[in-house]
Write a protein that binds this ligand. Sequence first.
Ligand code: XIL
Length: 408
Amino acid sequence: MKQKLVSCFVAMSMCGFLIPFPSADNMSMSNPVIKNNSDNKTHTSDNSTDNSLLIDNNTPVQISVREDTKFLKEKFGSCFSVGTCVSPHELDTGSEFILNHFNSITPENELKPDTILNQQASELYGNNVNTQVFFNDNVRKTLKFCEDNNIPLRGHTFVWHSQTPDWFFKENFRYDGADVTPEIMNQRLENFIKNTFELLATDFPNLKVYAYDVCNELFENNGGGFRKPGSNNLSMGKSYWTKIYSDDSFVINAFTYARKYAPKDCKLYINDFNEYIPAKTNDIYNMAMKLKDLGLIDGIGMQSHLDTSYPDIKTYENALNKFISTGLDVQITELDITCTDFAVQGKYFKDIFTLAAKNAEHISSFTLWGTHDSISWRNYSNPLLFGANYSEKEAYKQVMSITNADIK
Ligand code: XIL
């Protein structure tokens, strides 16, 4: 449904986890509204405690959870989009389940630099700066699924230390080249972002790309700013971006280019993990505020790869509140919760969903990092709502037991 917003309401506008965790390797959202992209509500982004949303005629709509549905996207339909990451192979057998529960999809690996950057074509292009991208059949499968089923897509991601080949940062796009200068890298980054959005628009004209993680996992865990310079492919956790650039201009530039080439209604995010560690929360906050002042960012993505033993819900809530205090949108982008006890996990999932629903006016989208345990990247400790063959776990039951009294 198209929004008819009253103009005065429109502000035109791994890694080293502290918990056991494997490494993987222009519209400013200033007050007062954020349009949710997947349903017919509008998010206010002031700090009002009124638990309501504004719809297009400015009639407040009470945030509520449905108690008469078994599907996640319906349960939280008035709160936020509910998403999952998807790998193409799951679409062969899991499409009905996905369509029932979710109204947002993040390709798990299919839009990452190492999947879409085309080394040979970039080198052959010959001018050292025109980064070429391509979508292989797997990538196309996920994008087409979203397009055919009208599921809005979260794009993930452009600037990341991980899953990015070293040749991208070297002369002539060759592994044996010397490192390029920041000036050359700026042009490569711009063309990477431009060519990706152009390919999406050309080959998937009806696909709605509603959000994009422009930068992912920029910061050290314990404060101190950006990751240390180096190749993550040689020394886990280091960043080639900070090896090329001595300042934050790659972040500013990435958002500048994304703002220039992304579809108008695609919101732009900075996304990170361990985002609840206070020193890291601060680093993310400071960068987001700088980008907000420049009118370049729409929101902050909280990956939320949690464990039942850490962090506690209060620590997580503190980070959420700090991000909300920016006045930007917040999205929960990759939630999973490792555990040793399904009952404890269920309670934690319920607490996180309850917290998010209470703050729904500031949270436009809530994504789980996968549908069921056996296909999770953290499958060794069963971190999702469903078990093998989409069996309902205690965590799912707890989440579905949330009532309107819980979110008051
Ligand atoms: C993970 C995928 O789930 C795995 O399949 C892949 O092998 C590694 O990356 N933070 C992110 C995601 O931003 O892209 C990561 O996804 C998980 C951590």
